[in-house]
Each structure stands twice: as structure tokens, then as C-alpha cells.
Design a protein around this ligand. Sequence first.
Ligand code: PLP
Length: 415
Amino acid sequence: MPTPLPTDLSRARADFPILARSVGRGEGKPLVYLDNAATTQKPLAVIETVDRFYRHENANIHRGVHYLSMHATDAYDRARERVARAIGAGDPAEVVFTRGATEAINLVASSFAGDRFQPGDEIVLTVMEHHANIVPWQLLAGRRGLVLKWAPVTDSGEIDPDAFRRCFSPRTRLAAFTQVSNALGTVNPVDEMVRIAREHGAHVLIDGAQGVPHGQIEVARLGADFYTFSGHKVCGPDGIGVLWGRRELLDAMPPYQGGGDMIERVSIDGTTFRRSPERFEAGTPNISGAIGLGAAFDYLDGLGWDAIRRHEHELLCEATARLQEIDGLRVLGPSQPGSKVAVISFTMDSAHPHDIGTILDTEGVAIRAGHHCAQPLMQHFGIAGTARASFAFYNNRDDIDRLVAGLTKVKKFFG
Ligand code: PLP
């Protein structure tokens, strides 16, 4: 039995049934799950909430006068209030449920920027963005003749606020940037970045997909106009995510999609629309997903965010130190654990990231290998991809031991 970390959260491990399984051929190997930046595993509290909904509560919302429909409507509305509380939103109407961070960003690109921005207007992005926060803006720029400005990253994979500032001009209308890099784990100085954008009169969207899983968020305090994230990266179900936006902006934005539930009145002459959030939730939403996301925040709050942060930080420090002892292994990103979350992106001299991932998989260790949907960042470093081990609070020292043992095997194989 390995010695537990001082900040041990091993009781949480038992809440995740999948962590008890083995993977691979034959009897397989006990799973070591280190692909949490791609998606987190789900605790029983979430699995059972979704299960209970379908067994006992399922009905469509907002349209029924029968018991189940009213019950489901109530549960969906409470989930919105729960999520609003979890992210520090003052008003639940500022929480729009989407399919995920990707749809939330597309919604802002289409409804907020789509009509308002004029040819020649500029949007500031950073080179470390996930494709979800690049491609919607490129599509819009192509349609509307907008100009994209790219804030560079330093050699240690961080944003230099001065270089970020230099991307702004009197034509800048919006800055859209990630709170935490999915590929490197870098925690960006978002307070300062918001301040710089505001000084230039620009609106701000923060992509919080990798921020929400690692610490309590106070969207109102961040000072941005929009904040986006995905439920599945924060122990919630797939296919549910959130766009938080300032109420006055949301209410002034045209609908993103048309359909049922988002209208006040429809006639053959035209339609009037409801306010936010219904205006942006056309059709039947992901009811069980929203309720499951509420349960995920209940669960995480119960563990305590301080405990989560402390434990993940211990994991990061220990895993980084152990990996750096491996000859020929290079960790990309900030060198100080204080400026990153528990994501370790690395290359090895002799082995391609996919070979690293494949050999680790034979040992039951799940990591991710490739460009991590951050190709401009990989181009910046002049590499095709990295191997990425991303930790969650349910990982432990044994997982680090198994990762290191797997990498020792990679080293033996490739030299
Ligand atoms: N933004 C960041 C930083 C991400 O890491 C991801 C997913 O990995 C996304 C956006 C897109 O999230 P989703 O695919 O859940 O919409």
C-alpha cells in the first residue's frame, strides 16, 4: 500500500464505481485514470440522480399541467439555481444551459458578435486556446470580415500581459481567452487580462472549461461578460454545459436557435421571444443533464473545494518531481506548480506521444496523446503533440507510481 498524500481524498475514490474496474485484455490491469482534462469520471451521487430521474420523474418540462411535468420543471429550474449558486452568478436567469462549452462559445459568436461586429472590427484570442474558442471566431471572421489578433505565449506556456496588451487597438470589440490551458495546465492571469480588455473598451468571454473543475468560481467577481464551461469535465453528465452572461447583454441578444419554449407568442406574422435564459434554450433541453450537473456541484461542495485544490496540488508537485527524474522526459508549461493546475504535458526524446499513450494503456494507465485540440499551441512549440497526464481529486499516489512505472517501461522499450 503506498503512503497516502497528506491531503488524501481517498474516501472520494470509493464514490466513483468506474475507478474499481480493470481495463485491457484478459483480466486486464486496474484502471489508472489520468485523462481528467478530457472528461472526469462520475460519482454515484450523479449516476443515481440521473437514474432516479428516468426511473421516477421523467417528463417534458414547461408544457405540462400533469404532476410529473410540473415536478420535472421544478427540478430543472432548481438545477439552474444550483448551478448559479455554484459559479457565483447573482441571477439564475444569467445561466443558460447549452450542450457544453463549445455550444456556449458558438452561441456568443453567433448571437452577440454576429450582428454587432462590423468588418474590420477585431477580436483578441490567445495562441493557447482550445479549438472550441478558435474555430467559432474564425468562422465569424470569415463571414463578417473581422480581424483576429493572437496573443502569444511565452516559452513556458504562459501569457505575458504586456504582449496581450499589445494585441488591442481602438477596433478591438472582444477578447476571448481560456482561464486554464487544457494542453499545459497554465492558469492564466484572468483578472489582469479582463482589466486590460476593459481599459480598451472590449467585451470579454472567458472559457472556463478547465477552470471550473479545479476551484470555486465567482463569475460575477471575474468581471467578464460571458463565462462558459462543460458539465462533463466537472463530474456532471455529457451534453450539458453553461453559458453565463450578463443579464442586460443576454436580453439584448437575438435568439441563437428558434423553436418551442423560447417564444412569447407566435403568429403567422411573426414571433416575439422570451427573455434569457429561455430565449436561448429552444426545444426540449437536456433535462436530466442539468439535474445531474446540479448533483455534481452538490457532491463537489460536499467534498470541499479547499480539500480538492490542496489534494490536486500535492498530486501535481509529486508527479512533476517524479516525472522530471526520468531521463529525456521534458515537461511543457509553467515550471512553478503555483501557476498551473494538475495537468502534466510532456514529451520524451525517444518516443512519440502516441507510443507513450499506447504503452501506458497496456499497463492500465489512461492518458491522452496528441495535440489536445490546441494545434496553434503545438505549432508554437514546434511539435505535433504531447503526452498529457491530467489529475483529479480522486487520483492518488498509487496512480503516480503506476504512471512512473509505465513510463519506465516506455523508456526501456524506446531507449
Ligand atoms: N475549452 C477548453 C479549454 C477545453 O479544454 C474544452 C474541451 O476539452 C473545450 C473548451 C470544449 O469543451 P466541450 O467539448 O465539452 O464543449
